[in-house]
Ligand binder design. Structure first.
Ligand code: SF4
Length: 361
């Protein structure tokens, strides 16, 4: 079973740190865009069945529910998606009115991923976000009233002004929301963004960020969120089924500008250009998978379940030199080796790249 990703490249305004592909939403363009996505979905369909659908962005909830519904229906008709499968929509709190939530539930959306980012008003402002904490609380309460029982919140580590003290307040806020899943992504300063051109001077140092990350991991565990991936935490059985496909190197098709696909061992991607996409939805670029085994270890080591010794053997990684290095890193508490499984500890996850280069290159 494959995963379906649909990129909705519309936002009300651009956040100063964001490098995702999105443009200001215009009504006529939205309709043309939905038609283009439907065309591509039908063109690529036929021989693959899907069991997840994920609307990412951008801000997918800037589309009308009827437009999202057309895409959901197309996924059901063309890829055999069931309404019982995970159907996620990313959203901003200020787009989630009672009416919108009612309609989203009605068209089959059963998982909400909400961009909350911080539990501190001043940090939201520094991130250029347009919502308030009050709006977050109202949106989540309303979503629960409409019957959503699978809600995730996206948070940021390294927001301007964030400290160990404020991350505790943010974690309290997350706890108070009583949701099933949360993601804590480290802010990456991308060169061509306003933050890249003019970096805020109150972003925590690398050491402080490491301390904040380890605090997040340990505090979330105390309130019932277990870590299953570097940045992702879930209550029991509430992991994101769609995102797990990426880390398990399963197949997925991405529709829309900037979306990536991985099918039959080959990666494809669309340009970051909505007009080009509307003109010619099948224009995709192929991306070479340079070293499939190394890519596998890069993705799988993001998961707390790690990899098994037999999988490493099967892929030709297992040898005396590797065992020695693993034992050394185990001693330094970067790696955990339990029975047949080898995984990174939270401290190891923070330096994942360096560890993998040391072990496998
Ligand atoms: S709302 Fe999300 S996708 Fe849109 S600009 Fe802000 S961070 Fe980027």
């Amino acid at each position: 079973m494959i995963g379906l990703y649909v990129h909705i490249p519309f936002c009300d305004a651009k956040c100063p740190y964001c490098d995702f592909y999105s443009i200001k939403a215009k009504t006529d363009k939205k309709e043309k865009y939905v038609q283009a996505v439907l065309n591509e979905m039908k063109m690529c369909g036929g021989n693959k069945l899907a069991n997840t659908l994920y609307f990412g962005g951008g801000t997918p909830t800037l589309l009308e529910p009827i437009q999202l519904e057309k895409i959901v229906k197309c996924a059901v008709e063309t890829y055999g998606l069931s309404y019982e499968n995970e159907i996620t929509v990313e959203s901003n709190p200020n787009t989630l009115t009672d009416r919108k939530l009612f309609d989203l539930k009605k068209i089959g959306i059963n998982r909400l991923s909400i961009g909350v980012q911080s539990g501190i008003e001043a940090e939201l402002k520094a991130l250029g976000r347009k919502h308030s904490l009050d709006q977050v609380e109202k949106a989540i309460k309303s979503a629960k009233r409409e019957g959503f029982d699978n809600i995730s919140v996206d948070m940021i580590i390294g927001a301007p002004g964030q400290t160990i003290k404020t991350i505790f307040e943010t974690l309290d806020f997350v706890e108070s929301l009583d949701v099933q899943h949360c993601s804590f992504y480290q802010l990456k300063i991308e060169p061509k963004t306003p933050f890249g051109l003019n970096k805020p001077n109150n972003i925590a140092s690398e050491d402080e960020i490491a301390e904040i990350y380890l605090t997040v991991v340990s505090q979330l565990e105390k309130i019932g969120f277990y870590q299953y991936e570097i940045s992702n935490f879930a209550k029991t059985s509430r992991e994101c089924v769609h995102n797990l496909k990426y880390w398990n190197q399963e197949e997925y098709i991405g529709f829309g500008p900037s979306a990536h696909s991985f099918v039959n061992g080959v990666r494809y991607f669309h340009d970051r250009n909505i007009d080009g996409y509307i003109d010619d939805v099948i224009k995709v670029e192929k991306e070479k998978v340079l070293d499939a085994n190394f890519e596998w270890i890069m993705l799988r080591s993001r998961l707390t379940k790690g990899v098994s010794v037999s999988e490493l053997e099967k892929r030709g990684f297992w040898n005396d030199d590797l065992i020695l290095k693993i034992k050394k890193l185990e001693g330094a508490k970067y790696i955990e080796w339990k029975d047949d499984r080898i995984s990174l500890t939270p401290a190891g996850m923070m330096v994942q790249n360096a560890i993998l280069l040391n072990l496998f290159r």
